[in-house]
Ligand binder design. Sequence first.
Ligand SMILES: C[S@@+](CC[C@H](N)C(=O)[O-])C[C@H]1O[C@@H](n2cnc3c(N)ncnc32)[C@H](O)[C@@H]1O
Length: 364
Amino acid sequence: MRHLRVPSAETQHWLELCRTQNWLQKGAGVLSLEDGLKGIPLSETAPPESDKSWLGNTIILAAGITKGPEHWSEHLDQKLLQEIGEELPNSYEIQGDILIVKLEEQTREYGTAIAEAMLKQLPSIRLVCADNGVIGEFRVRDLEPLTSRNNDLSTITQIRENGVMISTDPAKVYFSARLSKEREDNLLVAQKLRKQLSRPLRICDPYAGVGPSLATLLREEGLVSECYAGDLNPDAFELLKGNIEHFISKSPTPPKQLKIKNIDARKWKDELDNEHKIDYLLVNLPHHSLEHLPKLLPLLSTDNSTVIRGWAIIDRDSLTLQEGNIASMIKLAGGNVESISCSEVKGFSSSKIFMRFESWQTFS
Ligand SMILES: C[S@@+](CC[C@H](N)C(=O)[O-])C[C@H]1O[C@@H](n2cnc3c(N)ncnc32)[C@H](O)[C@@H]1O
């Protein structure tokens, strides 16, 4: 590779000049030469040694130090990069082998070039999709496939979380990898309840999605005796069934009773013949959890302490009121609250937050 020999003190000047002229070889590093000189790696478009631009500095041939581009945008053509300017996407999300990126209106026309640059940089990615926002009753993302490594445009993918593979389809169902810490904590709380009850638990996850919470709970030896799970989104339900089968196949103690349904969460009460038998209930419909909660309370066991863990989007200012609010709902349903806590998990917007609530109670 050709290198321009320059005094060490002038390295920055020549790097800058070569970069602006598109004469710098991408992905190659500066060489340290004899006598304190440096070698600037030149691209094929850089002029020959006789060119006046070099001010008499010589060009040598030397094996280059090549390092791969550090950022996907380095695979974009300089001209394109300048046209995109400030609107270059600065973040993206990865689910399995799918990369999901939000593009500003002005950047959409460069979508395919951006996606191809991303594929070059990230070998584990198969498909790049533009995220055009949330749509429909089930708040799933409107994904537009931009480019694929092997012409496979399927949006079904596998995610590994806490050592378990979970199948999902980001174009049809909700899944948030960012909540995996919440799911780990679900397990800790379930273990505490099992210890207190001295027996495996009857659990219900009525807004299960593709089942990430169940992945953690069902794998734990002797934790779950009965499992009731569902989702109203038919696509989530289909994936949930397959995933639960897979989780159970890895469990040394599969639940004795298992029901998976494509129903509205508020119908579980009838589905379980009003038996009041659930020990551990997950309530994960953040935009409506608090509104649905009274309809779910009759699921809880009347024989022992029970636990609810739920997530809700609330007004930031109302956080301090939520413990009282949820406790009132439980009391109204005939419950006796043993402990309750509401805490912010993350911000949601300038005025709203994403809150977790956890309550322990008995019903008579
Ligand atoms: C926020 S997601 C949670 C999914 C899953 N628990 C997770 O952590 O990935 C809420 C789920 O509830 C489902 N859903 C929406 N309305 C529902 C309802 N009325 N009854 C049951 N499921 C519902 C949605 O399809 C979605 O999968």
